[in-house]
Design a protein around this ligand. Structure first.
Ligand code: HEM
Length: 447
């Protein structure tokens, strides 16, 4: 493991190498074309940061630092959105401004959710110098506020403007955003914990900024928000995996294992919550504007989330818990059992919620996924089914309900109609993906 002085030098160099690699991605008409999940989402930046966090930090300090980086990722993204909203206002594109502000509201809410997980580390660390990410965002936010005020004054828009839903929405969003930014930025300033050298933290922040820049596209799209919402769970997953290991080691050690399980559950809660902005805001047309730039990538290539967390690491923890209870001579550890049941529920919930994404933008009836699954929606359903069939905790906690609306109900009929219509639109729009030609010719999966 590298020491502080080494890492503060090594991180910028490794970060530059990664920027160069991403810069060399091939070009298609609409911009760059991603070659892999890791390059698209800047996963190597995240790995680099996590690997260079000093080993000696306590769990609380590590959580604190991970959330400090979490905020920095969101702030970089908010900065871009804030500039975009101001530009849209200046051009009189009110619907586009409302869209950008809706993303800001959702991301600020996620930051707010995350702030509830931080354990204060003691006096002297709660009010600190602003980070470069926060400072840059605040300057952009000032510009946005000036544009909003100019716009409202020019429009003479009343708060209950019945003649324009968009104006009324903009008015409402502006108030929300001001409160949310105040809550997040001014009351929740965070510093890195003392065990992290400031020069290392600064190098990490530069890595975050580089990762947040994303791949280059020729028009304004929401691809960076799509990437951010992959980066955030990638950033937190190693900490969940670490907590799983700690739980295993400390089983039989009373409150200690339950505490680690609680931390893992809190992080899983945040990972699950980070799906909501995409579910609520990524409509098909927004996704289609950058889908081809994603190449043949898929979240299922995530080594940490798919390869470990949702599969092997969960199963290992579940088995260890079942064995632990079987071997316990006397009464069961109710505190730990409750936390393990919560972890389990959140893993199922993540899968259940993630399903909304292919449903919303790809629909049903054979829309192929970018990586070549013959039916994207069926692929995620099959992954969820095969997971629940092998879940070692089913004998302990029972099956997790997967009931659907009864056949013939209005809800079931509407659902089929919506999904089929979305599927047809997606298939027509992305012929090359369907026919496995162009950039997708090498990725074809058996039905
Ligand atoms: C528009 C947004 C998204 C769509 C359309 C989508 C679609 C899909 C599809 C079709 C699959 C099945 C494998 C395949 O053929 O690609 C999949 C799996 C997966 N995706 Fe997504 N996804 C989206 C967003 C996300 C996000 C934000 C994450 C967060 C990291 C993510 C993580 C995963 C993981 C971990 C799997 C494997 C699931 C499992 O093991 O059950 N996806 N996704």
């Amino acid at each position: 493991m590298m020491g502080h002085a080494d890492t503060a030098d090594t991180v910028p160099k490794a970060c530059e190498d990664e920027v160069r690699l991403r810069g060399a991605l091939p070009l298609i008409e609409s911009g760059q074309l991603a070659d892999s999940y890791d390059t698209l989402h800047g996963i190597r930046f995240i790995t680099l940061m996590l690997q260079t966090i000093p080993q000696g930090l306590t769990d609380d300090e590590r959580l604190h630092y991970s959330l400090y980086l979490f905020d920095a990722f969101i702030l970089g993204n908010l900065h871009e959105l804030s500039d975009r909203a101001a530009k849209a206002l200046a051009q009189g594109r009110i619907a586009a401004a409302v869209d950008a502000l809706a993303w800001m509201e959702r991301l600020l809410r996620l930051m707010h959710d995350a702030s509830g997980l931080v354990t204060p580390l003691g006096a002297g660390t709660s009010v600190v110098e602003e980070t470069s990410a926060a400072l840059a965002f605040r300057q952009g936010f000032e510009r946005l506020c000036r544009s909003l005020q100019d716009h409202f004054v020019a429009q003479e828009a009343p708060p209950d403007d019945e003649s324009s839903t968009l104006q009324a929405q903009l008015f409402h969003q502006s108030k929300n955003i001001i409160l949310q930014v105040r809550e997040s930025l001014f009351n929740e300033r965070r510093a890195p914990p003392q065990g992290v050298d400031p020069s290392l933290a600064e190098a990490h922040l530069r890595c975050v900024a580089a990762a947040a820049l994303g791949i280059r596209l020729n028009s304004d799209t929401y691809i960076n928000q799509f990437c951010l919402l992959h980066q955030l769970p990638e950033l937190l997953t190693p900490l969940v995996l670490r907590s799983f290991d700690t739980i295993e080691r400390r089983m039989g050690n009373g409150a200690s294992a339950a505490r680690s399980a609680r931390l893992a559950g809190d992080l899983l809660f945040l990972i699950t919550a980070s799906l909501w902005p995409l579910i609520e805001l990524l409509q098909p047309r927004a996704y289609y504007a950058f889908r081809e730039n994603l190449g043949a990538t898929s979240g299922s290539s995530s080594a940490a989330i798919r390869g470990k967390l949702l599969t092997s690491a969960y199963v290992r923890l579940a088995k260890a818990f079942v064995d632990h209870e079987a071997g316990a001579a006397d009464e069961q550890d109710a505190g730990l059992a409750g936390q393990i049941a919560r972890i389990r529920r959140l893993i199922y919930r993540w899968r259940g919620l993630h399903m909304a994404l292919p449903r919303n933008v790809l629909g049903s009836n054979g829309t192929k996924s970018l990586m070549g699954s013959p039916d994207a929606l069926k692929a995620v359903e099959t992954m969820a089914d095969s997971f629940s069939k092998r879940d070692p905790l089913t004998t302990r906690f029972g099956s997790v309900s997967d009931q659907d609306f009864p056949q013939g109900s209005a809800a079931a009929a509407l659902d089929v109609w919506l999904l089929t219509t979305t599927g047809t639109a997606a298939q027509q729009r992305f012929r090359q993906v369907q026919e496995r030609t162009g950039p997708w010719r090498k990725t074809q999966k058996a039905p």
